[in-house]
Design a protein around this ligand. Structure first.
Ligand code: ADP
Length: 220
């Protein structure tokens, strides 16, 4: 099935904004990169569908490039809180459907929430939590938090378990966890068959609560 391409406007092309913009473009979307600084724009121009050099606090300038035609806008203006807020208000006024904004701190976060943006992002805090979770459970390569304490984690099978069967891990029995499958290289392997033999570097996809996942990670 073909994946639908969507259109995004990324405003502010610092390290965060330019990474978001180029990744969205790489995933097959249409991306407009916008920045007040010509140099920031020219650094990413060849990777994006379109670019514009403008001051996003200027509502008319945003209207002129047809910003309302984009499905979503991401405001990634670093520490200039005033510019970030004015830009966000402009996007609301123009009628951009989905607006995500990067916040520089707590007060900024509160104001953005009051403005009714769809999501406020605090990359350093979010990444910090992510890293702490992985340090907390060293077997975990990566994880997704599902809320209410539930996570899906990606656990590397250690060398000493090579050749053992899935059943030997006792995921459902001794541990209150669900095995969703495993990744072998870039292939997904279904784990309905408990007799499946593990290979080193397999990555188990496991669903469960944090403490149960930690116990399981420690038991490997
Ligand atoms: P980070 O590196 O944390 O992503 P930066 O502060 O380096 O953040 O990047 C913010 C970007 O936002 C800069 O490239 C800056 O030129 C841009 N910017 C700041 N004010 C405006 C504005 N009013 N309109 C458009 N872009 C802006």
């Amino acid at each position: 099935m073909a994946v639908t391409s969507r259109s995004f406007a990324v405003i502010g092309l610092g390290s965060f904004g330019s990474t978001v913009a180029t990744e969205l473009q790489r995933s097959g979307n249409t991306v407009a990169g916008i920045d007040i600084d010509e140099k920031r724009v020219s650094r990413v121009a060849e990777h994006l569908s379109s670019t514009a050099i403008l001051d996003a606090t200027d509502e008319d300038a945003l209207r002129e490039i047809g910003i309302d035609g984009y499905g979503a806008a991401i405001v990634a203006i670093g520490d200039d809180i005033e510019a970030s807020i004015l830009t966000t208000m402009n996007l609301k006024l123009v009628g951009v459907e989905t607006i995500w904004v990067k916040a520089a701190g707590k007060a900024h976060h509160r104001i953005l929430s009051k403005l009714g943006v769809d999501r406020v992002i605090q990359p350093e805090q979010e990444m910090g939590r992510h890293i702490a979770q992985m340090l907390n459970n060293p077997a975990v390569q990566d994880y997704v938090s599902l809320g209410n304490g539930f996570h899906v984690v990606n656990i590397l099978v250690p060398e000493r378990l090579e050749g053992k069967t899935l059943d030997a891990l006792k995921i459902g029995k001794s541990h209150d966890l669900q095995l969703l499958g495993l990744m072998r290289g870039t292939d997904y392997v279904d784990c309905d068959n408990g007799g499946l033999t593990l290979q080193e570097k397999d990555k188990l996809l496991v669903l469960g609560k944090r403490a149960d996942l930690r116990r399981f990670g420690d038991s490997l």
